[in-house]
Design a protein around this ligand. Structure first.
Ligand SMILES: [Zn+2]
Length: 97
């Protein structure tokens, strides 16, 4: 994970959130994406970690391939994702904000 998003990764680990997947999920524009077994509130987390505009909110909803909500570093193409709050995967998940 890149230095910009590393503090968030460390934080999720200290919260005991399991990592469900790590790797290149998209063919391009993607270096390392980590998926956590939780629902992330990206706006709150941006403020908490004082992220600037190089960290973008990624809000993707797709019924077929699955939905996700998290933060992407546009400098490094790394990202930290959680379950999308509107998806069935979000049920009973811890909300991180
Ligand atoms: Zn970065």
């Amino acid at each position: 994970m890149c230095i910009h998003l590393k503090p968030l990764e460390n934080y999720l680990q200290t919260q005991g959130i399991a990592e469900t997947y790590r790797g290149q999920v998209w063919s391009k524009n993607c270096r390392e994406w980590i998926y956590f077994d939780a629902v992330l509130n990206p706006q709150e987390l941006k403020e908490k970690f004082d992220f600037d505009d190089t960290i973008k909110i990624h809000d993707y909803e797709d019924i077929k391939v699955g939905s996700e909500l998290g933060l992407v570093c546009i400098i490094c193409n790394d990202a930290i994702m959680g379950a999308h709050p509107n998806s069935s995967y979000a049920e009973n998940k811890k909300i991180i904000e």
